[in-house]
Design a protein around this ligand. Structure first.
Ligand SMILES: NC(=O)c1ccc[n+]([C@@H]2O[C@H](COP(=O)([O-])OP(=O)(O)OC[C@H]3O[C@@H](n4cnc5c(N)ncnc54)[C@H](O)[C@@H]3O)[C@@H](O)[C@H]2O)c1
Length: 402
């Protein structure tokens, strides 16, 4: 990251009264995003299949009651998706609905490609057919890059790829985004169509409320709560770990920036990963979690590690730091600590609402960044009057998150 200067942009006011269409709102990341945006005064409409796990943060935090529209639908249903998008009449679309599990993609490769690739086509086609100004963020993953395990940091200009079906489907979704952008939402003709499309790539995220299959924190908290030994398939695998609020803040800041100051330069791919120092092996993550929990142990499952997954993934976030003024806030230790506390609270009374636990983390995250000395706001601009010079307000005094 070198000597790039850090400062923060407070994008939160830019979502007030904005209509935001979120696909995958019943999932782990989607439920956190919906809570955050609804609390900021956005009108959030969700479209997805039912919550993919039981329990789920979506149900535990009562997300449905915070939504403008809640539609249970499949992104493979092109007409249903288009109808929901039109009903929501969004200023911003955040496309997260996906088959997100590498192992599941080996079991059901056709379904995986159908959801992740054609779902993205259907979403962008719905935006195209609607033909109204809009900011679109398509969520893929750090696994979208062609990875030959060289160990260097992927930059946004690196080629797409992916060996396993999940990674390949996300690499393909990126190509779909690029194709729609080049063919129908050309950044050079932005003033004519006013549709900005960006894709966002983050790594493994952790946080309260994730119960998805084969995710490390999910397995760890369940084993610890039941007093079982934690079984690790790849204890030495290095992943760029971060709290779920980190990439969500990146997606939101990018969307807010695009809303405030429409510009071709935003219409591209963006990495939102952790600082390089916040990489940890799976074993280190689990040891940290066990320390916070107070007891527990793990063992290496050598025999069942049969499905190949990328061993080393690193993201360069220099573009986001330099051009968006975004940077991660929390150390990986803090991310693990917050996650462990969330799950410990849940296990004390699995019937309770977890909304306040989510809000506590959101407010703590906002406080961390609003206490930065260089906090700036995005001026809320009329698209017709926007210009690069007026994007950033001068530094403001810190303010407490509310
Ligand atoms: N969690 C991570 O560590 C991580 C890392 C990188 C990228 N991502 C990406 O972030 C996004 C959200 O992931 P998540 O961790 O919240 O996953 P999740 O499984 O918790 O949520 C997935 C969401 O997509 C919905 N969905 C699945 N198939 C659908 C279909 N056919 N039609 C409509 N909705 C459907 C589910 O109902 C759910 O709302 C995904 O695009 C995923 O690939 C996640």
């Amino acid at each position: 990251m070198g000597s790039l200067e850090k400062s923060r942009i407070d994008w939160r006011p830019n979502f007030k009264d904005k209509s935001v269409f979120v696909t995958g709102h019943t999932g782990f990341k989607g439920s956190w995003l919906s809570i955050w945006l609804a609390d900021l005064g956005a009108k959030v409409s969700g479209y997805s299949l039912p919550a993919p796990t039981e329990p789920s943060n979506f149900h535990l935090s009562g997300v449905e009651s915070m939504l403008e529209h809640h539609t249970i639908g499949d992104v493979r249903d092109r007409e249903g998706l288009a109808a929901a998008l039109i009903a929501a009449d969004p200023d911003v679309v955040i496309h997260m609905a996906a088959q997100p599990i590498v192992r599941a993609s080996y079991r059901e490769p056709v379904e995986n490609f159908d959801i992740n690739v054609m779902g993205t086509v259907h979403l962008l086609e719905a935006v195209r057919q609607r033909g109204k100004p809009c900011t679109v963020i398509v969520v893929t993953t750090d696994k979208c890059y062609a990875n030959n395990e060289h160990g260097w940091c992927f930059r946004e200009v690196d080629p797409m790829g992916g060996h396993d079906p999940y990674s390949a489907s996300k690499g393909a979704a990126e190509l779909v985004v690029a194709s729609y952008r080049d063919s129908f939402f050309s950044p050079e003709k932005l003033d004519q169509h006013q549709i900005q499309v960006a894709s966002v790539r983050a790594g493994n995220v952790i946080g309260g409320g994730d119960w998805a299959e084969n995710r490390i924190v999910v397995d760890v908290q369940a084993a610890l709560a039941e007093g079982r030994s934690i079984v690790l398939r790849s204890p030495d695998a290095v992943r760029p770990w971060q709290h779920v609020l980190e990439p969500l803040s990146g997606y939101c800041q990018l969307a807010a920036t695009m809303l405030a100051n429409p510009d071709p330069k935003w219409c591209s791919g963006w990495n939102f990963g952790p600082e390089t120092r916040d990489e940890m092996t799976v074993a280190e993550i689990v040891d940290t979690f066990i320390n916070i929990w107070g007891s527990g142990h793990w063992e290496h499952d050598v025999e069942n590690n049969v499905l190949p997954e990328a061993h080393v993934l690193r993201l360069s976030i220099e573009k986001a730091i330099a051009q968006l003024k975004w940077s991660p806030m929390w150390s990986v230790e803090e991310a693990i600590q917050r996650t462990a506390h969330w799950f410990r609270e849940y296990h004390q009374d699995p019937g309770q609402s977890m909304l306040e636990a989510c809000r506590r983390d959101i407010h703590a995250y906002e406080s961390a960044w609003t206490s930065e000395p260089e906090i700036r706001t995005l001026r809320i601009l009329d698209a017709a009057t926007s210009s690069a010079e007026t994007t950033l307000e001068p530094p403001m005094p810190s303010r407490q998150a509310g």
